[in-house]
Structures are given as structure tokens and as C-alpha cells.
Design a protein around this ligand. Sequence first.
Ligand SMILES: *Cc1c(COP(=O)(O)O)cnc(C)c1O
Length: 393
Amino acid sequence: HHALAGRFLTETLNTSPYTYEVAPVLVLMEEQVLSKLRELVGWSSGDGIFAPGGSMSNMLAMNVARFQRFPESRSRGNWDLPRLGLFASQESHYSILKGAALLGIGTDNVHLVRTDERWVGKMIPEELEKEIQRVKGSEPLFVCATSGTTVLGTFDPLDAIADICARHGLWLHVDAAWGGSFLGMPFSPQGLPKLCCFPPTRADSVTWNPHKLLMVGLQCSAFLLRDSSGLLQRCHGVGASYLFQRDKFYDVSLDTGDKSPQCGRRADGLKLWILWKAVGTRGLGQRVEYLLEQVKRREGFQLVTEPEFINLCFWFIPPSLRGQESSPEFWDKLGKVAPAIKEKMIRRGSMMVGYQPHGSRVNFFRQIITNPAVTRQDLDFFLDEIQELGWDL
Ligand SMILES: *Cc1c(COP(=O)(O)O)cnc(C)c1O
């Protein structure tokens, strides 16, 4: 509700933080929040801007990486560029492909690096190395590691990936849209392994969506940069003379709007600023713990993988299929269970829960609880309902 108060305020003020003179308090709040996020990443200096979502933040990262290597491409466009190579894991968010298309890099030039089955979807550093060697004829530029993958919620091994990027001189972007908020949470759920290689301190840039786990409301996505030399401004700035005059009487580095490819911009930092000043985040960990414990205890529920984050992926096995795990039709049949339960829950009007297949794994449910108002009774209802709807399948 603190963030909601911030959203009301933002809508009511309806102003755009182009420049300090237009929205002085909002610009200062935005800068303060960005600096707090950078501090949690482990940077004492740097840069950043709020973007309309994590997909956009990821695209900004690609654009800044390209500009840093080929500054002339800003004016000369593609005529100045060789064929570029981008690398991300098979589990990376689809916005990497969208970004490559939008920026004219081409989706064929996004190389999806294999992930580890055993460590449930982490990028394999040796495979990244091989992939970089393999793309002959293109110029490797950019690696996107994911901290908190969208489906399974796993964290790529950042240290090993950062070593490879350093060796090849590649830009390391960490997409922590989902997992970033782990840094702001004073909890460590029991039963979850310790996260290795996090925070993303060695990254050149980071995407972090407070509108996901921190529940500040759509939209609020930070694009953070380690560089503090003004790269972001040089990459996106145009210095329109009706807004960004250099001869103002105040510090014009506070005219931050030119760092964004947008003109008018929502003041997305305000609600996060209010939330932070008011509370911080607590208690989410306990809900994950409870659900995890219940899924392990209840008959017929089976984890797809031990969770590393708060993504809980599981199958419900109806009594008719129990004990038949070794039969050849088992997985085919199990794959039809989640869609059937989902149809029943929608027809009954009781819940909306997502399911999906993943690699060789057949359809499973994926539950992620971020809403602090969710109670244990809600979680019990959730599991009871699946059990009841799937009982006679
Ligand atoms: C959600 C997500 C995104 C995209 O963020 P939007 O704000 O929805 O555009 C990018 N990367 C990861 C890992 C995500 O989970």
C-alpha cells in the first residue's frame, strides 16, 4: 500500500522527469533510488535510468554495449558495424531476441548457450567459451547472464562468466529483472541453497525490475550501469535545445532525461522511493518455505526441481498414475494433467495458475508468490484445489 500511495501520487502529479527544472523532487528521488540499487549491486559509483520494463532495460544494455565498442555507429548506423555476436543462455528471457531484432543486430546473431540439466538451467561457462569460439565471422560483443531465470528461477554462475567476458573483452550484462530484488530482501529461506556468485558486482550493466518481486506496481524497471564516465548520456543523448540547455544556472547533470531514448517518461522512481522509506521487504521467504514444505509432504505432489529462488515448479500426479513412473506412457499421461486441471479451475472460476512444459519435462505448474497479502490459508486452498480437481483424472 505504500507503493500504491506512490502510484496515486505519480498519476496525480502527472509530470515527466525530463529535466531537473521540470520535476526537481522526482529527479532527486530517482537518483537516490538508483544509487541505492547500485549500492546493493555492490557499486560505489555508476549511472542508470528507469526504463519502461525489463525488456527495454535489456535492449538499452545491448545498445550501450554496441555504442561503447563502436561509438561511430551512433551516427553512421549499421554501415559502421561488422556482424555482431550476442550470447545468452537457453533460459534467458525472450526480450534478448526482441532487442536483437529491434536494434538491427538480428535474432540469428543471438547465440543461446546450453544450460546445465543438473543445476537446473544455469548457463554452462565452458559452453559459453565454446560458443564464442564457434561464431567465426562475427564479432562477439555482449553476454547476457540471468540472475533469476523467468521459468525455473535459477542464477547463472556470474564469476565464471565474468572471467570469460574479461578474457574476450565482452560486455557483461546481468538480467536480474526477476532475481535482483533478492538483494533487497533480508531473508534466506530455509531449504534454499546459498546463492553463489550473486550480487552481480562484476557486470557492466544490470536490469532490475522492482515491479516484480518488490511489488511496487507496473511499471518500475531500473537499468544500471557500472560506468560513470557519461557513456549512457553519450549513447542516447541528443541535447534538444528546448529542454537541455547547457547554460542553466544549476548543475545540468541533473537533467537526466537525455540518458533515456524516451522523451516523456513516467516518474517510476517515486513509488519505489516511498516503499523503501516506509518498509523494505519482509516475510516473502516464509511463504515460499511453507509451500515448499507442503509440496514435499503431500502425496501426489512432486517437485520438478529443488528451487533456488521463489519459483516453485511441481507436478500433481493423480492417484490413477501413481506408482507407474516406470511405464512408458507415464510422462505422456502426466503431461496432460496440468492442462486438464487448469481447464477445470477456470471453468469453476476458482484460480488462475500457469503451467508449461520445459525442455524434456512435461507440463507442470509454476507458482510464484510475491503478494505480501497471501496467507497460509490461501496456500492451503491452492494445493487443496489442485488435489481436488486432479483427483479423478
Ligand atoms: C520479466 C523478465 C524480463 C522482462 O521484464 P518486463 O518488465 O516484463 O519487460 C526480463 N528478464 C527476466 C529474467 C524476466 O523475468
